[in-house]
Ligand binder design. Structure first.
Ligand SMILES: Cc1ncc(COP(=O)(O)O)c(C=O)c1O
Length: 437
């Protein structure tokens, strides 16, 4: 076989050129940086340049890149077998993992779980389970929410660009209500009032199968749902026999300083969707919920060929051990506090630009960039420039927000204080230079 002449290109720019020719533009990438290896909170690209990672592959590698304990668990599993299909000839790791999730999910009601492969699939299946249990059709989600890229999950998503443009029509019987964000003038009262209007104008509560809510909106801008809002949603669901689904795909697995973020509100959701941080980088997702509701679908109605892959289950069992032994849930709170003190000082220096900080949910931290200190004037270009400049200076940063003007920080829960400080030094330098320019 003749050597591929293009193989000599080992630069980021070379790979980006090949990527653009080979992979459709819909699957865009934030930074033209091609990773060769990662360890804990650091990455190295094909040019040998080092990056501090404040993104963890979008809240996935909470236990760090290539955590040696997870690598060992997966190696051990892959040497024994890598796939049989959990729906054909299952294996003990899936059962042990389900038992763990059932114990970790908030509340005392007996739980059961199912496994799938991606977050969007977990959302789809949670809705299927809620519909099977209630015999109802409607699903209520929130403006600014993000639930995935499959048709139903997109339908539930409350952010048009880039997720929904060009892709409709979406499944029917999905309704959106405003999500409470004080910074943008939507109070808990406003939001609940709109929900009750929806019950009068669009769908009777007795026709609603489920309400799905992120305890902290992720893609939408890292806005925590106020405790009283989640508590009132719980009451509404109880009053009308509606299944409450907490989408903990981004917030789960210790990220927010609780194992699941709804714990802040002290409520027990009926179903929880889980993915991302569950398996430290291996594709795995789950729905965990009240056993009576989870058992509504018929045998064979839920699943998928790769659902609960043995490799991912082995990784996830190790992730749970690591979180427990290294007390990473508590560590998330320390990380949040460290970011908060540095970001608050930065906000004091640039009050017109750093409009709002959100540091009250552990290591799910955000900084909203605006013009002239005005919440209604999102600094979209500055946000894009900051992400690009950080990358050029060795820091992986992610943005989010319905207007694309929020910098979100999602470091590994295993990151050292020294790396946090070094990353924030890079961030400060980049902001300073961009604002001076
Ligand atoms: C809250 C939430 N739900 C669902 C999803 C979809 O997960 P996946 O991309 O694994 O399908 C995401 C992904 O970012 C998410 O943050």
């Amino acid at each position: 076989m003749s050597a591929d002449p293009k193989e000599t290109r080992t630069t980021n720019a070379g790979w980006q050129e090949r990527k653009q020719a080979a992979i459709a533009r819909g699957q865009g990438n934030i930074a033209p940086v091609y990773i060769e290896r990662g360890l804990n909170a650091e990455l190295w690209d094909v040019e040998g340049k080092r990056y501090i990672d404040f993104g963890t592959g979008i809240a996935v590698c909470n236990t760090g890149h290539s955590n040696p304990r997870i690598v060992a668990a997966v190696k051990d599993q892959v040497e024994r077998f890598s796939h049989t299909c959990v729906m054909v000839t299952p294996y003990d790791t899936a059962v042990r993992l389900a038992e763990q999730l059932n114990g970790l999910a908030p509340g005392d009601t007996p739980k059961k779980s199912i496994f799938v492969t991606t977050g969007a699939e977990a959302v789809e299946n949670a809705v299927k389970i809620a519909r099977a249990h209630t015999g109802r059709r409607g699903v209520i989600a929130f403006n600014g929410g993000f639930h995935g890229r499959t048709m139903l999950a997109m339908g539930l998503t409350g952010k048009i660009t880039p997720y929904k443009n060009l892709f409709g029509p979406f499944p029917a019987e999905i309704y959106h209500a405003p999500f409470p964000i004080e910074y943008h003038g939507v109070s808990v009262k406003d939001s609940l009032k709109a929900l009750h209007t929806l019950f009068k104008a669009d769908i009777a509560p007795t026709d609603v199968a489920a309400i799905i809510v992120e305890p902290v909106q992720g893609e939408g801008g890292f806005y925590p749902a106020p405790d009283e809002f989640l508590q009132e949603l719980r009451n509404v669901c109880d009053a009308h026999g509606i299944v409450m689904i907490a989408d903990e795909i981004q917030t789960g697995f210790g990220r927010t300083g609780r194992f699941f973020a709804v714990e802040y509100a002290g409520i027990e959701p009926d179903l929880v969707t889980i993915a991302k941080g569950i398996a430290g980088g291996y594709p795995l997702a789950a729905v965990t919920g009240k056993a009576e509701i989870m058992d509504a679908p018929l045998p064979g109605g839920l699943g998928g060929t790769y659902a609960g892959s043995p490799l991912a289950c082995a990784a996830a069992l190790e992730v749970i051990e690591i979180i427990r032994e290294e007390q990473l849930v508590a560590r998330a709170l320390q990380i949040g506090a460290r970011f908060k003190s540095r970001l608050a000082a930065l906000q004091e220096r640039y009050p017109e630009t750093i409009g709002h900080l959100r540091c009250e949910r552990g290591a799910m931290i955000a900084m909203e960039l605006v013009e002239g200190g005005d919440a209604a004037r999102p600094a979209v270009d500055l946000t894009k420039d900051l992400v690009a400049s950080a990358s050029e200076n060795g820091l992986v940063l992610l943005s989010c927000g319905i207007n694309g003007n929020v910098i979100r920080f999602l470091p590994a829960l295993t990151i050292s204080d020294a790396l946090i400080d070094e990353g924030l030094d890079i961030l400060e330098g980049c902001i300073g230079r961009l604002l001076a320019a």
